[in-house]
Every structure is written in C-alpha cells, then in structure tokens.
Write a protein that binds this ligand. Structure first.
Ligand SMILES: NC(=O)c1ccc[n+]([C@@H]2O[C@H](COP(=O)([O-])OP(=O)(O)OC[C@H]3O[C@@H](n4cnc5c(N)ncnc54)[C@H](OP(=O)(O)O)[C@@H]3O)[C@@H](O)[C@H]2O)c1
Length: 246
C-alpha cells in the first residue's frame, strides 16, 4: 500500500508529545486523526501544520476516558477513513493529588491514562486489520523507578507496559504492539518551565538536558515503520535509567 494512503490516530494530539507525533506522521505521508479533549484551537493549529505535509487529516474531539465518546470518535473517523493503520495511545494526565494511598487519584489516573487506552484499542480493533499500536509509557513505569508521591502515575505506566506485551502476543503478526517510554520531556505536562527549571530537570539525564517532544515522535515513527519490532518497550530517556545505576 502507498504510505500516503495510511491512516494514523493519535490520542491527545493537541499538545506536547501527541502534537509532535501527529506532525511527524504527517511528514511521513500519513493521514492523521488528531484527537483532543479540551483545546480545540490548539488542535486546529496542529491540523494546519499536518495539512502542509499530507492529506486527509482530521480533528476529532473526544474524551477518551468515556466509552460513548470513543464510539463517536470512531464513527466520525469511519466517515472519511474506512480503516486505521497506526494507533498511538498518547493522551494522558498528571494528578497533583497523586500519592500512595489516594484512591481518588488512583481511580482518576487509571481511568484517564490506562483504561482510556484499552477503550480506544477495543474500538480500533474493529476497523484495524493490519498495522501498529504504539503506547506511550514513561521511565516511571520501570520497576524500581518513580516516586511515592507519583505512585498512581508510576503504577499505571507499569500496568501499561505489561498490557503492551500481552497485547503484542495476542495481535501479532497482523498488528505489532510496542511502547515508547520517555524520560523528562519538555511539554505542558510540566507546566510552564523557564530555562533554569528545564536545565535542572535535564540534569537527571546523562545527556544533561530535557528531551524534545520531536525526539519521542521520532521513536514512534521508527515503531510505526518497522515490521520486526514486537512487544518492545523502547526507552527514550537520555540515559536517565542508566544514570541511576552506579
Ligand atoms: N512530558 C513528559 O515528561 C512525559 C514523560 C513520560 C511520559 N509522558 C507521557 O506522554 C504522554 C503525553 O504527555 P505530554 O507530556 O505530551 O502531555 P501534555 O502536554 O499535558 O498533553 C496531554 C494531551 O493529552 C490530551 N488529553 C488528556 N486527557 C485526555 C482525554 N481524556 N481524552 C483525550 N485527550 C486527552 C490533552 O488534550 P487537551 O489539550 O485537549 O486537554 C493533550 O493533547 C502521556 O501519556 C504522558 O504520561 C510524558
């Protein structure tokens, strides 16, 4: 199939890693479905950027933590694109109230960052015949990493990585499932960072800087276009984990 005919859905593509991924996929010739929850204007700006590289791009609002919204999302996609070739499960939140015993934060994070991806995958598999699913995890998901004050976030990413491997076993060889585990990446998830704060956060990486969203997008493109990687969790962490081993 001509690459230009391929369709990719990126959840949470109005900002950050999702935005960079949508643009990178458009540069590869994919028609991109740009999903967002609240920021319609930013999503439309991403659409305009994608349109300068490829055709058939659309924006679809949907809160992917709600199954009814996901059903509508796929109904809308089907109007212009009969099938999907690449699914990037990227949308995610950070909960300021996160902590080891805050059950409300656990429910919130697991619904928005984990269950939401499973809901999207469930409905995507009704149209995907062959292709790639790429989940966006985090270095925090690795065993022994993360902080007690972000326990729900880390637990959810660990769950996502285990799920990724099991889904890969089930769907191969037709659909290859992998994940990317970013280190500290400059996005709005960190709030507004000045250059001093960025430098300080970047010190945790062996590369001594934060990671750019485009560098995570680049790893997604690798997984989207490679037909031999299956069930892999690809760390793009600037040596963060290596730096912890001494
Ligand atoms: N930044 C980092 O350092 C880092 C490191 C490791 C992993 N990650 C992971 O990378 C992914 C993207 O993070 P980011 O840093 O790019 O975050 P971000 O800048 O805060 O962007 C989050 C995106 O997700 C969307 N979103 C949130 N909840 C949604 C929902 N229920 N339905 C649909 N869209 C939703 C937002 O849409 P609206 O704009 O409409 O609200 C936005 O487009 C997340 O899974 C995160 O855990 C990030």
């Amino acid at each position: 199939m001509n690459l230009k005919n391929k369709v990719a859905l990126v959840t949470g593509a109005s900002r950050g890693i999702g935005k960079a991924t949508a643009i990178a996929l458009a540069k590869e010739g994919y028609s991109v479905v740009i999903n967002y929850k609240n920021n319609a204007q930013e999503a439309r700006e991403v659409l305009n950027l994608c349109n300068s590289y490829s055709q058939g791009n659309i924006v679809v609002q949907a809160d992917i933590s709600k199954e009814a919204a996901v059903i509508n999302l796929f109904r809308t996609i089907k109007k212009t694109h009969p099938t999907l070739h690449v699914l990037v499960n990227n949308a995610g939140i950070f909960d300021e109230q996160d902590g080891t015993t805050n059950t409300r934060a656990f429910e919130n994070i697991f619904r928005h960052n984990f269950l939401s991806h499973i809901i999207v995958i469930k409905h995507a598999l009704r149209t995907m015949k062959r292709g790639k699913i790429i989940n966006i995890s985090s270095v925090h998901g690795k065993s022994g990493y993360g902080r007690p004050e972000n326990a729900a976030y880390s637990s959810q990413k660990a769950a996502l990585e285990n799920y990724t491997v099991n889904l890969a076993k089930q769907l191969a060889p037709k659909i290859l499932v992998n994940a990317v585990a970013p280190g500290r990446t400059v996005t709005s998830m960190w709030g507004k960072l000045n250059s001093h704060q960025q430098k300080k956060l970047g010190e945790a990486h062996l590369i001594k800087r934060m990671i750019k969203p485009e560098e995570i997008a680049n790893a997604v493109i690798f997984l989207a276009t490679n037909d031999a990687v299956c069930g892999e969790i690809l760390s793009v962490d600037g040596g963060y984990m290596l730096g912890k081993i001494s």
